[in-house]
Design a protein around this ligand. Structure first.
Ligand code: URA
Length: 432
């Protein structure tokens, strides 16, 4: 029997825990033998004292052991790739990346989550497609990746169950922002879900968990180290989240933007991120492509239209209607116009995310429902020159009143200047 107070005390005083101790703590928590209040104290001790590389690995391994794991490699007999984002405003990257990877003949399998707060979740976005089924059994997931080339589904309750409880506990005890806890939470799910190679998109900026490039680099380093210890090739992209990604923020609007991107008509920042992430995944895959050849392959697939066909195959396979015309539309579309001429110096992502949330595109609590039709399309973004009265954004709302409230929030997101701001690329760094 472990003596939990002694473990908490040792971590609190800066000591190190053994792999056996961390394993006992996690398994005890998953079995309800260790109560929330002791885990909360442990997380706070980790928040202040950190974890060594060995401890982070042991914690991650113990978390994985609390649930089932999926062996995609054996099931498909191929190298399988996956991508993950730490979450941002307007982040619909996986919905465009998956079909391009599949169109290139590489199996793509991804387990995703729902949105909470100002960032959206891939499953919510996909559920704006009529008929789309996010719940797949492991057998269905494997069969669909084999037959349709790809799947994106909800993580079942038994995939790292300790993380689900621990994340909810961290959320209410101010211990989310701990680098080793974030790294172990993300990588436990990626390793349990079974992909051989993973591209991690670490968002940096005000709309993201990681506010600075240094913190993002440190988190990426921890996740790459965990990937290596678990034998998974891991590449980290550090990408800008000071402004929303692409133009669309809100579920059905983001699906439209993902489809436009598959037609090679996406907004430049989003299209660039999709191309980079996809090329990195292809370079990690069993195609054995060099990164420059992988980029050329992505360009070909977009130009030929086979990415759109792969999207349609995938959506059909998962029960959805891939026709863009079937997506829900909001009854009110209101234009926010520029109060002055000038350059957009900033388009703060947090107020844009919050405005979309308040329109109903996201959930404030776990049990809220989502309005798939509503959201925002940012017509003008950082660096754009606008004239007075030129449309800055479209607000897709349920009512005039909701649109008006969103317009006020959105207005505050735009900062104007007489000179264009310094350019900031979407991909800030790649750690490979
Ligand atoms: N995403 C996760 O899955 N876990 C964290 O701790 C933070 C972001």
């Amino acid at each position: 029997m472990i003596r939990v107070p002694e473990l908490i005390e040792r971590k609190r005083d800066g000591g190190e825990l053994s792999a056996d101790e961390l394993r006992a703590l996690m398994l005890g928590y998953a079995r309800d033998e260790v109560p929330d209040y002791q885990l909360a104290a442990f997380c706070m001790a980790v928040f202040f004292r950190g974890l060594s590389g060995a401890e982070t690995y042991a914690l991650t391994e113990a978390m994985i052991e609390t649930g089932e794991t999926i062996d995609l490699h054996s099931a498909l007999g191929r190298k399988v790739v996956d991508k993950h984002s730490t979450g941002g405003v307007g982040d619909k990257t996986s919905i465009a990346v998956g079909p391009i990877v599949a169109a290139c003949g590489v199996p793509f399998a991804k387990l995703s989550g729902r949105g909470l707060g100002h960032t959206g979740g891939t499953l919510d976005k996909l559920e704006s497609i009529p008929g789309f089924r996010v719940e797949l059994s492991t057998d269905e997931l494997v069969a669909q990746v084999r037959d349709a080339g790809m799947a994106i589904a909800g993580a079942g309750a038994n995939l790292v169950p300790a993380d689900k409880r621990l994340y909810a506990l961290r959320d209410v005890t101010a211990t989310v922002d701990s680098l080793p806890l974030i790294a172990s939470s993300i990588m436990s799910k990626k390793v349990a879900a079974g992909a051989d190679a993973i591209v991690l998109d670490v968002k940096v900026g005000e709309g993201a968990f990681m506010k600075t490039l240094d913190d993002a680099r440190a988190l990426a380093g921890l996740m790459r180290d965990l990937g290596a210890r678990f034998g998974r090739e891991t590449v980290c992209l550090l990408t800008d989240m000071d402004q929303p990604l692409g133009r669309a923020v809100g579920n059905a609007l983001e699906i439209r933007e993902a489809i436009a991107t598959l037609r090679d008509e996406g907004p430049p920042d989003f299209a660039e991120l999709v191309e980079t992430a996809t090329a990195r995944l292809l370079a990690l895959s069993d195609l054995g492509l060099a990164e420059t050849d992988a980029r050329a392959r992505v360009r070909d697939v977009l130009a030929e239209g086979s990415a759109v066909s792969a999207f349609e195959r995938w959506i059909h396979a998962q029960g959805g209607d891939p026709d863009e015309g079937a997506l829900p539309e909001a009854p009110v579309v209101h234009e926010l116009r520029s109060p002055e001429p000038g350059y957009i110096a900033e388009l703060h992502s947090l107020p844009v995310g919050l405005a979309a949330l308040h329109l109903g595109a996201g959930r404030r609590t776990k049990d809220d429902s989502v309005d798939h039709a509503v959201g925002i399309v940012c017509l003008a973004k950082r660096g754009d020159r606008v004239e007075q009265d030129q449309p800055l954004a479209e607000i897709h709302a349920r009512t005039d009143e909701a649109a008006q409230e969103a317009a006020e929030e959105l207005q505050a997101a735009y900062v104007f200047a007489g000179e264009p701001p310094a350019e900031r690329p979407i991909v800030l760094d790649v750690l490979a």
